[in-house]
Write a protein that binds this ligand. Structure first.
Ligand code: ZN
Length: 406
């Protein structure tokens, strides 16, 4: 763990056994202060409540530096003391956590048929919700109007920003939804609509990226620096967290797991390519299997599988195995610590996750496979909303970088 200790004009960067000492200019001191502060705020977000001694041990910060830092966070209302620890031996220590109500952010999820909104505190707890329906055929101007209306009902007190989760391709800089197959729209200026209505930072994020961020901050991803969050349902997506950070790719299109090619001569996918993973492992596959077996949709197919009907069980098993083929490619490419599985089809996880795990672990390199963890997402259906809000709070939690090249 990188730890930075500010002492006079010197800073000691302790990395494992080695200690580096470097003379700092004034600007560097400010930077190190800001970095230390961000380290502590992030640690309180993921691991609180913690004593000052815990924080010192986990960050490597000198007690005097840490003491000043915690004092200023408490004075600003960002952190608070919440009573004493009760250790089996030794003296009880005062415990510190983030003050969840210091500020909130607004998370919005644009779904196929509704806009969901939530006001979310610093610890990822939803405080209030709002909702508006989306009518067919989808008219982008109406949706954006309703989006502003939903946000209006939620903005209250100190708000860090507005975050929107939407399916498809999002241009990170502008927040324009370039393409969303679920909403069947293109080039919709979601970010601009909110910026022109609210004097707040706005971030628009691909929905699976948002979920990966939420799981990283508040859910199953907390112990991991490198993981893939895979969602399965109507579509198949992946959010990539590398080195603790969300990886969006150069143009915002990273993680389109559903559209990696399984068979170049396979059936046409909704993206117009052939033989994408989605053809073999999304709801489309299960719907086709249900129809072939004489069931009216996925729910009756799942019920039959749970009652032990072999062809129905086999349909889910094949879907899980196919998903495993796609995930295995990502595992070999990225060598993650964990795969987090989420999305609406996880309600049927009991029917396909075992087949998924078998394929991922049997075919990857043995060393990788034996250490790879496969875990369910923890935040459930609210993960997308919490992720949207988290994306709006990214700047608040950002650890300042050392150098910016122009
Ligand atoms: Zn495709």
């Amino acid at each position: 763990m990188l730890a930075a200790i500010l002492g006079g004009a010197y800073s000691h960067f302790v990395r494992g056994e080695k200690e580096f000492r470097m003379e700092l200019q004034k600007g560097d001191q400010d930077l190190v202060r800001a970095q230390n502060r961000a380290l502590v705020v992030n640690l309180l977000r993921t691991d609180a409540p913690l004593s000052r001694a815990d924080i010192a041990r986990r960050t490597g910060l000198a007690p005097s530096v840490l003491s000043r830092l915690v004092r200023s966070l408490i004075d600003e209302g960002i952190a608070c003391e919440i009573g004493k620890s009760t250790p089996p031996s030794g003296r009880p220590a005062t415990l510190i956590e983030l003050n969840p109500s210091y500020a909130t952010s607004i998370g919005i999820k644009i779904e196929r048929s509704r806009i969901l909104g939530a006001q979310v505190d610093l610890m990822g707890t939803i405080l209030r919700r709002a909702e508006a329906a989306i009518h067919r055929p989808v008219r982008a101007d109406r949706v954006l109007e309703d989006l502003v209306g939903v946000v209006n009902t939620l903005v209250d007190g100190r708000v860090l920003g507005l975050g929107v989760s939407v399916s498809g391709f999002v241009e990170p800089a502008t927040g324009t939804n370039l393409y969303s197959p679920i909403l069947e729209w293109e080039d919709v200026a979601v970010g601009e609509a909110l910026r022109s209505s609210f004097d707040l930072p706005v971030r628009v994020e691909n929905d699976v990226n948002g979920l990966a961020l939420a799981e990283r901050w508040y859910g199953a991803g907390r112990p991991f620096q490198h993981f893939i969050c895979i969602t399965v349902g109507e579509g198949i997506g992946a959010g990539l967290v590398i080195g603790g950070e969300l990886y969006r790719g150069a143009f915002g299109g990273a993680g389109e797991l559903g559209h990696i090619t399984i068979d170049p001569n396979g059936p046409v996918c909704r993206c117009r390519e052939r033989g994408c993973l989605e053809v073999y492992a999304s709801d489309r596959f299960l719907c086709e299997e249900a129809e072939r077996l004489g069931f009216e949709g996925i729910d009756p197919l799942a019920a039959a599988a749970r009652e032990g009907l072999a062809p129905a069980r086999e349909a889910f098993r094949r879907m899980g195995a196919n998903l495993g083929v796609g995930a295995k490619n990502l595992v070999n490419l990225l060598n993650p610590e964990a795969i987090i599985l989420g999305g609406e089809r996880m309600g049927e996880g009991d029917l396909f996750v075992a087949a998924f795990e078998e394929v991922v672990c049997q075919h990857s390199f043995p060393e990788e496979a034996s250490r790879l963890r496969i875990v369910p997402a923890e935040l459930g259906g609210d993960g997308f909303l919490i992720g949207a809000a988290a994306s709006a709070a990214l700047e608040f939690f950002r650890v300042p970088a050392q150098v910016t090249l122009s």
